[in-house]
Unconditional design. Structure first.
Length: 117
């Protein structure tokens, strides 16, 4: 398994931008699909975005499409989530996860994003 540590969360005003990072340990990072998920208070965790091994394939939830961008740097063992045009409803704890064989098997501890109106 790979160990994941998220960072970059914080408090931002609506309309603002923020970039989350997820640093992975291990030498096999490039073999994992990577995803971002979020969980708002009182709600279930939901999918946000994912990226393929090479970074050539990305997929987004409809709620963030056009505003968020997922990317990865395999040389740095890091995946990013650039978030623009943030809305109060984006407020959540954001988690990164690593997938093998179609299953997300490793999760980070999460980082809090709060968007004020």
């Amino acid at each position: 398994q790979v160990q994941l540590v998220e960072s970059g969360g914080g408090l931002v005003q609506a309309g603002g931008s923020l970039r989350l990072s997820c640093a992975a340990s291990g030498r096999t990072f490039s073999s994992y699909f990577m995803g971002w998920f979020r969980q708002a208070p009182g709600k279930e965790r939901e999918f946000v975005a994912r990226i393929s091994w090479s970074g050539g394939g990305t997929y987004y939830a409809d709620s963030v499409k056009g505003r968020f961008t997922i990317s990865r740097d395999n040389a740095k063992n890091t995946v990013y989530l650039q978030m623009n045009s943030l809305k109060p409803e984006d407020t959540a704890v954001y988690y990164c996860a690593a997938a093998t064989g179609g299953t997300y098997s490793s999760w980070g501890q999460g980082t809090q994003l709060t968007v004020s109106s």
